[in-house]
Design a binder for this molecule. Structure first.
Ligand SMILES: [Mg+2]
Length: 292
């Protein structure tokens, strides 16, 4: 489950370009601190929204009304200015081709969702603008469902949108917001991947990466717990000392092992089958197992 802004696309850049374009559109002179002033107002408005102090309609009304007031522009309406900014935001949203390629690769292996806190008139058009809409099995926009991350109800809707029963521990939330994405995922019992320019940052996420492009490599290494039936079957093979043939994919190569499973062991939240030749296989790397 991917967050969108500042996870897949650079929101800061698109927003600044959209903001600048408004001054061209309205033939207004812009001073160097205007974007910062707007940024502070906008951050506060979104905070109030996430704390349910104001509605999504208020976001549209308040942010530019306050901004225009503060910079002394009296002849423009905040709501109209907001609509112009949103139009520009769609136009200026771009995705790096490498990110698009990575999503295309991931789509072959995983169900992909967008989980975004944003306004309904822009989020889907912005995904379309990036030409990535078709890559996602579901798209959840907070403004469309009336509840935002990190609210549990948002994650309820996100999970319900995937037309398949998926174990919670097999779901990874990828995002740049500690509050909405990472804490939201953790509270719901989902795994999380934090996007932060400083990957050393000490945060309570399962994975931290500096750029979403590292995700493909990280996922190769990440342990995906096997289901209980599969684990039980391996345990029976081990307990009954059965001779087995195991096909597994380790270090990106398909390999065959013939022999016995001597034991099953967990280490650092990963589970392994210990084998009669002294080697071990991580359980999620096992593709098939046959009794011989
Ligand atoms: Mg974000």
């Amino acid at each position: 489950m991917f967050d969108f802004d500042n996870t897949l696309v650079d929101f800061h850049e698109a927003s600044k370009l959209a903001f600048d374009q408004c001054f061209i559109d309205y033939e207004l002179a812009q001073k160097s601190d205007y974007y910062q002033i707007y940024g502070e107002i906008n951050a506060k408005v979104w905070e109030d929204f996430e704390e349910k102090k104001i509605t999504a309609i208020d976001i549209r009304k308040i942010r530019f009304t306050k901004f225009l007031e503060q910079v002394g522009v009296t002849h423009l309406d905040g709501l109209v200015f907001n609509a112009q900014y949103l139009n520009n935001l769609i136009k200026f949203t771009t995705i790096r081709p490498e990110v698009q390629e990575m999503l295309t690769l991931l789509k072959n292996k995983y169900k992909l969702s967008i989980i975004t806190n944003g306004l309904k008139e822009v989020q889907r058009p912005r995904l379309d603008q990036c030409e990535i809409t078709a890559l996602f099995d579901s798209i959840i926009v907070s403004d469309e469902i009336g509840v935002a991350k990190p609210d549990k109800l948002f994650f309820d809707a996100a999970i319900a949108s995937v037309q398949e029963q998926i174990d919670k521990h097999k779901i990874l939330v990828i995002g740049d917001s500690l509050r909405s994405d990472i804490a939201g995922a953790k509270a719901y019992g989902l795994k999380s991947c934090y996007i932060n320019a400083n990957p050393e940052a000490k945060v309570d996420a399962d994975i931290t990466i500096s750029d979403v492009l590292q995700l493909n490599t990280v996922l190769e290494d990440m342990y995906i717990p096997v289901n209980c039936d599969w684990y039980d079957y391996l345990e029976i093979c081990s307990m009954k000392n059965m001779d087995v043939e195991i096909q597994h994919k380790t270090e990106n190569k398909v390999r065959i092992f013939r022999g016995k499973i001597t034991n099953l062991k967990a280490k650092n939240k990963e589970e392994f089958a210990l084998l009669s030749d002294g080697s071990r296989i991580r359980l999620d790397k096992i593709m098939t197992i046959n009794i011989i």
